[in-house]
Design a binder for this molecule. Structure first.
Ligand code: ATP
Ligand code: MG
Length: 192
């Protein structure tokens, strides 16, 4: 007679025991749905709650941005900085946007390589990469060269394949619905 199913359940391990070492990760949040940046901020919250240091660079926000997250993070003592001059499609001077993005990237690169931060968020970095403002090869090289303990979170739609390849954890946030499509404008405390 076949073994009682309860016996099988008892002997089956609920999960496989990890065999690797703990280390910093490259995490990518991509896709066309809502939640890429907010998930990255959730990780910042988690890290800071553990007493670790975190720093956030936002490639598509300008320096003075004071959205909800900027106000809350200021209270937490987490550095968050906008590197851009607003959204590219309203930018009158694309060359200036490109130069700003690249200069900002070089600062973010220092933070990743410096090893001073447990967690570094490169928010919406996929856009300047796609525009050719920040060379993908430089980003990949920086991620490869970073101190082992540093975790880097990169967000934005359309993450390039080589970045996905290099990353440890990649999540695609897929839009099933978005209120914007029903005509609901961006709202305080929800979108910004
Ligand atoms: P969030 O910051 O809310 O986590 P996100 O980072 O996933 O969103 P982005 O692609 O960075 O989204 O979009 C920037 C802005 O557009 C955000 O305010 C976001 O809420 C909004 N948004 C996200 N997805 C969509 C969508 N599918 N249609 C319209 N607006 C969207
Ligand atoms: Mg975002």
């Amino acid at each position: 007679m076949a073994q009682d199913w309860r016996e099988e359940v008892k002997t089956e391990k609920p999960y496989r025991k990890p065999t690797g070492q703990r280390r910093g990760l490259v995490i990518v949040n991509t896709g066309d749905g809502k939640g890429k940046t907010t998930a990255a901020l959730g990780l910042v919250l988690r890290a800071v709650g553990r007493g670790y240091t975190a720093r956030i660079f936002q490639f598509m926000k300008h320096a003075g941005a004071a959205f909800g997250e900027h106000r809350a993070l200021e209270r937490l003592g987490v550095e968050i900085e906008g590197l851009g001059d607003g959204f590219s499609w309203t930018s009158k001077d694309l060359e200036r946007s490109a130069a700003l993005a690249y200069a900002g990237w070089r600062r973010a690169r220092e933070a990743v390589l410096g090893g001073e931060y447990f967690l570094v968020v490169l928010d919406e970095i996929t856009y300047p990469i796609r525009y050719g403002w920040v060379p993908l090869e430089e980003v990949l090289e920086t991620l490869r060269q970073r101190p082992k303990k540093v975790t880097v979170v990169l967000t934005g739609r359309g993450a390039p394949e080589p970045l996905i390849e290099l990353a440890d954890t990649v999540s695609e946030v897929r839009k099933l619905k978005h209120a914007f499509d029903a005509g609901v404008p961006a709202q305080r405390g929800i979108e910004h």
